[in-house]
Design a protein around this ligand. Structure first.
Ligand SMILES: Cc1cc2nc3c(=O)[nH]c(=O)nc-3n(C[C@H](O)[C@H](O)[C@H](O)COP(=O)(O)OP(=O)(O)OC[C@H]3O[C@@H](n4cnc5c(N)ncnc54)[C@H](O)[C@@H]3O)c2cc1C
Length: 412
């Protein structure tokens, strides 16, 4: 890509300093950060809000702290967020381990809040600090000139428009059009998983904890939300879902009933609304910056929901990108070189945790190993608390990668 980031972008019509594509947690957070820094920001989302999003709706402890830093705790709690001091993880053979955040660090807790409510709060906040939000604004393609991104083409109110900007931020999630158009999509061959999610009412025995139940062929998550709702999720191999004999509904129910601990808790519960799903989940963009653009949130990368850091990474990524993007806009240089500090900051912030996530994937996908590790975690409190802090993103992930930690975890 040519490094000609100093040339100004011609301005006309709706043209702005920054376009943010997508109003999920990543997009709303970075749009607000740039508007607060005095920039003119247009956010386009193809959806109308509030909208549902296929997600287990668990905000990890560090994600909850970021929401607090954004001044959102009052709104989030008023929306009915459910505090979870711990996550109970059940292994296929019956062992369980409590990832106890509050014990690992007093005051730490995860939150359960539907994306229907959370994302509305975040986009309202962006609007309130001056972001121009266009709902049902569907970005169809990225406009490039001489190797640099100079805007987007979007359908707004049934009309196709070209909107130019000095910087385009792809915060458009898992099926990012920005990443795809720029040829940056990569899909790891493994894990090849998909997620199915629904809300239930009347799930019993879930007060202070969320739960993960790992089976032989799938895992399920239970997260208490607002208004007595519980998020129930199944994550399974894409091939198993595509090759099923019955409906998605039958597959979903059968997967849940195959996990005795889940079946017990759902015995008197009723499903509220439909089952939401996604395709294959793992993705990564080859790079997260270039001349005139950057990627944040799932558009940049996502692995698997088991370790529960997607919302956190979306918010943290936005907080890393905001100052770099603002400085680049102010300097009139939005070249890849000017945006590179964001890439470096992402590497520092996310690489070690991503390595932990790969190790966790290997364990979760090998039932005898999952049984073994869960048993050791339950019996070795200090090891369990370190891992709780790492999984909750409030202890450095490098702690769980040290040979000493791994030896203490894995010794018989
Ligand atoms: C099954 C499942 C369960 C999960 N569970 C959890 C969990 O419990 N906890 C957790 O932290 N993370 C979880 N995640 C991950 C989490 O959902 C994501 O990491 C998070 O939503 C990323 O936020 P984002 O803002 O990057 O993208 P998104 O939240 O996906 O937002 C992207 C936005 O972009 C919009 N958009 C997309 N394309 C366009 C376009 N062309 N034009 C305009 N707008 C567009 C969409 O409408 C959407 O509003 C889960 C993911 C899955 C699939």
């Amino acid at each position: 890509m040519a490094s000609d980031g100093n040339r100004p972008v011609a301005s006309h019509g709706r043209d702005v300093e920054a376009i943010v594509v997508g109003g999920g947690p990543a997009g709303s957070a970075i749009a607000a950060a740039l508007a607060e820094a005095g920039h003119q920001v247009l956010l386009l989302d193809k959806a109308g809000f509030p909208r549902h999003k296929a997600c287990s709706e668990y905000i990890n402890p560090a994600g909850a702290r970021l929401l607090d830093d954004m001044g959102m705790t009052g709104d989030v709690m008023a929306a009915g967020a459910h505090r979870m001091e711990a996550m109970m993880v059940h292994a296929p053979g019956g062992n369980h381990f409590v990832a106890n955040y509050a014990k690992a660090e007093p005051g730490r807790a995860a939150l359960g809040l539907s994306r229907y409510r959370l994302d509305q709060l975040l986009i309202d906040r962006a609007r309130s600090v001056g972001v121009d939000v266009i709902e049902r604004g569907h970005v169809r393609s990225v406009v490039q000139e001489e190797g640099r991104v100079v805007g987007v083409e979007a359908t707004i109110g049934g009309t196709r428009e070209t909107i130019r900007a000095s910087l385009v931020i792809g915060a458009d999630g898992h099926n990012s059009v920005v990443s795809r158009e720029l040829g940056l999509d990569t899909k790891p061959r493994w894990p090849y998983k998909t997620g199915l999610v629904a809300h239930y009412r009347g799930v019993t025995d879930l007060e202070r904890f969320g739960e993960m139940h790992v089976g032989q062929h799938a895992y399920a998550g239970l997260a208490p939300l607002e208004d007595g709702l519980t998020n129930v999720a199944v994550v399974a191999d894409v091939r198993a879902v595509e090759g099923r004999s019955g409906s998605i509904e039958e597959f979903f129910t059968a997967s849940l009933m195959a996990l005795p601990g889940v079946a017990r808790k759902l015995a008197g519960a009723v499903r509220v609304g439909g089952i939401r799903g996604v395709g294959s989940m793992a993705r990564r963009a080859r790079r997260t910056t270039g001349d005139g653009f950057l990627l944040v949130g799932d558009a940049a990368s996502f692995l698997d929901p088991f370790t529960g850091e997607g919302i956190y990474e979306a918010l943290r990524g936005a907080s890393l990108a905001g100052p770099v993007a603002s400085a680049a806009l102010r300097a009139g240089d939005v070249s890849d070189a000017a945006l590179r500090p964001y890439r470096t900051a992402r590497r520092r912030a996310f690489t070690a945790k991503r390595d932990v996530c790969w190790i966790v994937q290997g364990i979760v996908n090998t039932p005898p190993l999952m049984d073994y590790v869960t048993d050791r975690l339950a019996r070795r409190e200090d090891v369990g608390l370190t891992l709780s802090g790492v999984l909750g993103n409030f202890r450095p992930a490098t702690q769980a990668l040290s040979p000493l930690f791994l030896a203490r975890l894995l010794r018989p």
